[in-house]
Design a protein around this ligand. Structure first.
Ligand code: GAL
Length: 375
């Protein structure tokens, strides 16, 4: 009997991810979009200080994640060596972040080298997972550069099992750029999986990630999320309205909310977008159904919608076209009927009742985000 149980346990741990994390999409910050390889412990501490005090932590942002470029070599005993100049004491840095009531994430790669040619974890999964756990790491983003040509379906579970073995719950974020349709297999492997190549800080790039990510909406759910890449809000390449579209769609699509700007020097406008609690509530809704595009005209009048746990429906009226136009959501397209109350999640205003349809004028590259509650 004992032997049977043991076999069952081994089989289970090698077939599934069972870390209890990601019941709602992860929220936090990542260094890559703004800082690239210019990272050090000072930046991480300043970021954690800012997050803990400027309203981001209170809004739900939790992870402070460093991306590529923190590692330089392996010690003779094969453990990974952080850059001695920029990260002289990783364990102490992680305690600093934990003492702010936040969690800490690292980056590695399922290849021999990371994308920036730092040492990867392929072949060193157990030893690296052990090291991360001993430092107190809470999150691992796992990239796909310089791999050995084996399918991601085969390479990524090795690190999952190594993380499981440490006994420390570590959020596991897969980054194979959507190469092998991870939505179809990765819910057993990681807590989120990239569905796209890298985002850039401009409308066309952001919008293309949305369209690619939308294909996989049925595969997301509590414990495992489609990841259209990290946020560019606040990095300066898009207008205020375009960043509102970007954030609204990431929230409706139940995408990870990983801030990619310089938190320490962010504008009030950026902070206001990133801390809109009504929009974040859509992202963090426990039902965990990814909203998707339900209608689009040739002029770019788009309706996006998804159900929420209180039977209301979150709706984005999006204008991806070039001129101001009315955008109409038909209840039959968004899983509703009859009459509903309307809450505008950016205006923070109740806007009365509507029956069968709801229409708003929307400027080019702008969105209105509503929460409709059946009456
Ligand atoms: C890419 C990844 C980016 C970033 C970068 C670091 O492969 O998609 O998000 O992590 O590597 O080199």
């Amino acid at each position: 009997m004992k032997a049977l149980l043991l076999i069952a346990c081994i089989l289970h741990s090698s077939l599934s991810l069972d870390n209890g994390l990601g019941k709602t999409p992860q929220m936090g910050w990542n260094s890559w979009n703004h800082f690239r390889c210019s990272i050090n412990d000072q930046l991480v501490m300043e970021t954690a200080d800012a997050m803990a005090s400027n309203g981001l932590k209170a809004a739900g942002y939790q992870y402070v994640n460093i991306d590529d470029c923190w590692q330089v070599a392996r010690f003779p005993n094969k453990t990974i060596q952080p850059d001695p100049k920029n990260f002289p004491d990783m364990k102490q840095l992680i305690s600093y972040v934990h003492n702010k009531g936040l969690k800490f994430g690292l980056y590695s790669d399922a290849g021999t080298k990371t994308c920036q040619k730092r040492p990867g974890s392929l072949g060193y999964e157990d030893i690296d997972a052990e090291t991360y756990a001993s430092w107190g790491v809470d999150y691992l983003k796992y990239d796909n550069c310089n791999n050995d040509g084996t399918k991601p379906e085969v390479r990524y579970p090795v690190m999952r099992d190594a993380l499981n073995k440490t006994g420390r719950p570590i959020f596991y974020s897969l980054c194979e750029w959507g190469r092998d349709d991870p939505a179809t297999w990765a819910s057993k492997v990681g807590n989120s999986w990239r569905t796209t190549s890298d985002i850039r800080d401009n409308w066309d790039s952001m919008y293309s990630k949305v369209v690619e990510n939308d294909k996989w909406w049925k595969y997301a759910g509590p414990g495992g999320w489609n990841d259209p890449d990290m946020l560019e809000v606040g990095n300066g390449g898009m207008s205020h309205n375009e960043y509102v579209v970007h954030f609204s769609l990431w929230c409706l699509m139940k995408a990870p909310l990983l801030i990619g700007c310089d938190i320490h020097n962010m504008s009030k406008d950026t902070l206001d977008i990133l801390t809109n609690s009504e929009v974040i509530a859509v992202n963090q809704d426990p039902l965990g159904v990814q909203g998707h595009r339900v209608n689009m005209t040739s002029d770019g009048a788009e309706v996006w919608a998804g159900p929420l746990s209180d039977k209301s429906v979150a709706v984005i009226l999006l204008n991806s076209g070039s001129k101001t136009q009315n955008v109409t959501a038909h209840f039959s397209d968004i899983g509703m009927s009859g009459t509903a109350s309307v809450r505008d999640l950016w205006a923070h205003a109740d806007q009365g009742m509507v029956t069968n349809t709801v229409t708003r004028p929307v400027d080019s590259h702008s969105a209105v985000m509503l929460r409709l509650k059946p009456q």
